[in-house]
Design a protein around this ligand. Structure first.
Ligand code: ZN
Length: 477
């Protein structure tokens, strides 16, 4: 392939080139917003979702499965939810030859599917709490321009967790737990983030309040990574989810839900990649180590032999390793091939390495080589994985920090936003809806939210009254 476009100046072109040419996805399927995942990319997606599923399991959630289709009358039970999703929910009305006797909807998310069942399952306080999740595909008719992996019409892997509680306090604690789980998840993917409470006017349809995790992409636009939502009793009332409490009284339950999708892969590729292509964090790299034997006229058999032994040994130790012994390709083009595909470590074995009982290891992140003894290889790899992860996180953190701009007035915000060329601006805010909306409007940016724990001093940039929080705004995916 040709030289990659610049990741920062031509982000979209860089992104499209990388995800297609590195065999992550194929977007040639003739249906807008629905893409094919190729094995290399899909493996990373699977590894990524497994990290989250493991965390949810550790925190006491159980995996289940609910149907993809929901009858319209059930979907329509919660008014705000219906309104919020009406423009993007697909409807199934017929088979090829027959009209169905009722409309069926394709889940854009599974609240209504699950909560119908919760109302059957739950009758007593003994049935609570419930903490479930599923990782499934969901469908949303995106009207804006679609972008592979990031803005799609079929979300291929949506991990949605849904919990049900006896009291509001329990539900609030669950929100804290969910934030902790997602923090650990994004930390392990080396994606830095900020956690913001959504302003009232943008809250998830059918929710009391929600928190979103945000980071900043290479084009300096903010992107939502995941949402944690406190549903209160809105769905409980709509779906009649009631239980008999210890005191004998019938009460409505409290609910929460939180979700993350394959979008994190799109973000991770964007944030960690560089001018040479992808750089996978070792934890989710579909291939963590590639072994390249260097041809030699006299010693190639023993070189290949050593390469095979190392491959076997590393695989047995649980590493995702590949020996690239394609005979018709030079080592140089193999290096280039795997660098572009983001494999974190490359092992080179040639005459010298065989004679001296050593291997050469090249790091993808710093493009640097080290030489280690054969018997120290596994230890060296573990150490290098840690160093690569630290380095990727450091770079990503630096990027996010440099794109969060603190402003003291509307003019200051506008100027700094222009100077930086994007990013997330935070401005002192009194907490009133009309002032928050005015900040959005005056700057022509979208409100992302505020951090209730971040107490600040200063005065609201709109009304001049005492500020309670920073209000965060930016352009959003
Ligand atoms: Zn104000």
């Amino acid at each position: 392939m040709n030289k990659l476009p610049d990741k920062y100046r031509e982000f979209s072109a860089w992104y499209d080139a990388v995800i297609e040419e590195a065999d992550i996805i194929d977007k040639r399927y003739p249906l807008k917003g629905m893409i094919v995942w190729k094995p290399f990319g899909f493996r990373a997606l699977k590894l990524t979702m497994q990290i989250l599923e493991k965390l949810l399991d550790e925190y006491g959630h159980e995996e289940a499965y609910f149907p993809m289709l929901v009858p319209e009358e059930i979907f329509a039970r919660e008014k705000d939810f219906l309104e919020g999703f009406s423009g993007e929910t697909f409807v199934v009305e017929r088979t090829i030859s027959k009209k169905l006797n009722r409309k069926l909807l394709l889940r854009p998310t599974s609240e209504t599917v699950m909560y119908y069942m919760f109302s059957i399952w739950i009758t007593s306080y003994r049935d609570l709490p419930i903490k479930l999740y599923q990782t499934v595909n969901v469908f949303r008719y995106e009207t804006e321009q679609t972008k592979p992996i990031i803005r799609v019409r079929e979300i291929v892997r949506f991990n949605e967790a849904h919990t049900v509680h006896r009291t509001l306090e329990e539900a609030n604690r669950q929100i804290e737990e969910a934030i902790e789980i997602y923090s650990k998840f994004f930390d392990s993917l080396l994606i830095p983030y900020i956690i913001l409470k959504t302003p009232k006017w943008d809250t998830f349809a059918g929710a009391e309040y929600n928190y979103d995790f945000f980071t900043v992409m290479p084009d300096r636009k903010a992107i939502e990574l995941g949402s944690v939502i406190n549903l209160g009793q809105k769905f409980a009332r709509a779906f009649e989810i009631k239980f008999q409490d210890r005191d004998g009284k019938w009460k409505y339950v409290y609910q929460t839900c939180y979700g993350v999708s394959e979008r994190v892969i799109g973000v991770l590729l964007s944030i960690h990649g560089d001018s040479r292509g992808i750089i996978w964090p070792p934890i989710v790299a579909p291939i963590q180590i590639v072994i390249v034997p260097i041809p030699s006229e006299t010693m190639y058999d023993s070189i290949l032999n050593k390469a095979r032994k190392i491959e076997e040994k590393l695989r047995a130790s649980g590493f995702r390793v590949k020996l690239d012994d394609r005979p018709d390709m030079t080592p140089g083009s193999k290096y280039f091939w795997w660098e572009f595909r983001g494999v974190p470590l490359r092992i080179e074995i040639g005459e010298k390495e065989v004679k001296e009982g050593k291997v050469t290891i090249a790091r993808r992140d710093l493009m640097r080589r080290i030489v280690v003894n054969d018997d120290e290889l596994e230890e060296a790899i573990k150490k290098l994985f840690k160093e690569i992860s630290d380095e990727l996180y450091r770079r990503a953190r630096e990027w996010l920090d440099s794109n969060i701009i603190t402003a003291t007035s509307i003019e200051d915000a506008a100027k700094k936003y222009n100077d930086v060329g994007g990013g997330i601006v935070r401005a002192p805010w009194c907490g009133e809806d009309q002032c928050g909306l005015a900040i959005e409007e005056k700057l022509g940016l979208e409100g992302l939210g505020y951090n209730p724990k971040e107490k600040i001093e200063g005065s609201c940039v709109v009304c001049g009254k005492e500020a309670k929080y920073y209000f965060y705004v930016g352009k959003k995916y």
